[in-house]
Design a protein around this ligand. Structure first.
Ligand code: DIG
Ligand code: MN
Ligand code: MN
Length: 393
């Protein structure tokens, strides 16, 4: 056992669709054979993963009969029992079948919206049967090209009605599930409704049962929008709404690449892991570390498992680097210098008439404050040196 070998306690998970991705893309067919879900579970267990996630149709083919579903699920549950792997999260495929070509919950045709609810309820039942306590909604087709086709407000109301309805279904069945909403700015539709985690956090505040609904931010999706992923995750954590997370890599300004975690923006990945692991002192994230990513199209099955191992190892290496960074006395001293403990009580925990009087009387040497150097160049250089492994062991 080496320092960065993944273990169950790391809570690393993969969607069946990630390592099972056959390498198909808009310009070419699959390059790898389809993997059996039970084989995926066994191989991931051998690599040290904690669990798998799934869309309904990743396990049960679309249109399978009840008896076929029963046999598939029985065998899958046996594989989970044999390997000790769990299913923390489940979700619905509301984007592959042509019926969803104009959306699912937001589609103009009420028969499509009815079928989307029906399919999701059945997928929730399957997720509950497999023990999932987090249910993700990614609206891959909830969007538009010809914007005149519906009032965007109508789409928003339809989405809200669907999530409220499904919250009711989960509560009625005492499934004990929480919902996690996943944003994306575009792709496969020209524009997707609710494009960023920020939009989702507002949307949740309008729901009937918002207490059971949080977010599932994905690295690639916020980077596609040109945003700081760590900042979006931090906002979700600050309002206790980070219910799940999709980890991967992404180059800015590209289509959704879903690359191996940490394979692109290492500084961004470092700051994200530092946040999730709480090494800087704030509360960390306790949920599964889910890799919603897939191997390059160039890879065979061996390459797929190298991809999966790389995701987990890079996360653990970055966690060790973050721990060393936040234990570095020069780093902590530079960060501490920015905190004026005397003034802080005046600036936090709300208004009082006494605070207002004190602040109005405060003598502030504006020129002296303005001319002060903050030492951020040294601080960021220290981070780079920890990241490059020349500091902190
Ligand atoms: C894509 O980023 C989406 C789908 O793969 C899935 O519905 C969701 C769950 O992680 N992510
Ligand atoms: Mn993605
Ligand atoms: Mn995702």
């Amino acid at each position: 056992m080496h320092a960065f070998d993944p273990v169950r306690e790391d809570k690393f998970t993969f969607g069946l669709w990630t390592v099972g991705n056959p390498g198909r893309d808009p310009f070419g067919p699959s390059v790898r054979p389809t993997m059996d879900p039970n084989h995926i579970v066994r191989r991931l267990a051998e690599l040290g993963a904690y669990g798998v996630n799934l869309h309904d149709n990743d396990l049960v083919p679309f249109g399978a009969s009840a008896s076929e579903q029963s046999a598939i699920v029985k065998a899958f549950k046996q594989t989970l029992a044999d390997t000790g792997m769990v299913v923390p999260m489940a979700t619905t495929n509301l984007f592959s079948h042509p019926i969803f070509k104009d959306g699912a919950f937001t589609a103009n045709d009420p028969k499509v919206r009815a079928f989307a609810l029906q399919k999701t309820m059945r997928a929730i039942d399957l997720g509950a049967e497999l023990g999932a306590k987090i249910y993700v909604f990614w609206g891959g087709r909830e969007g538009v090209e010809a914007d005149a086709c519906r009032d965007p407000r109508t789409a928003w109301h339809r989405m809200r009605d669907a999530i409220d309805f499904l919250c009711g279904y989960v509560r009625d069945n005492n499934y004990g599930m929480k919902f996690a909403l996943e944003a994306k700015p575009n792709e496969p539709r020209g524009d997707l409704y609710l494009p960023t985690t920020g939009h989702m956090l507002h949307f949740i505040s309008t729901l009937e049962h918002g207490d059971m609904v949080g977010v599932n931010p994905e690295v690639a999706h916020e980077v596609m929008a040109g945003l700081s992923f760590a900042h979006n995750v931090a906002q979700a954590m600050a309002c206790d709404k980070l219910f799940h997370i999709d980890l991967n890599g992404q180059k800015i300004g590209r289509y959704d690449q879903d690359l191996r975690f940490g394979s692109e923006d290492q500084k961004g990945a470092f700051l994200l892991v530092r946040l999730l692991e709480g090494t800087a002192g704030g509360p960390g994230y306790e949920g599964p570390r889910h890799f919603d990513a897939h191997a390059y199209r160039t890879e065979d099955e061996e390459g797929v498992w190298a991809f999966a191992t790389g995701c987990m190892r890079t996360y653990k290496i970055l966690k060790a680097r973050a721990q060393a960074f936040d234990a570095d006395p020069e780093v902590t001293a530079l960060i501490a210098e920015q905190t004026d403990r005397e003034l802080t009580p005046l600036l936090t925990r709300g208004y009082t008439i006494q605070k207002a009087a004190k602040l109005k009387e405060l003598e502030i040497d504006v020129d002296a404050v303005a001319s002060r150097g903050l030492g951020y160049e040294r601080l960021d250089q220290l981070m780079v040196e920890h990241l490059l492994g020349v500091r902190g062991g």
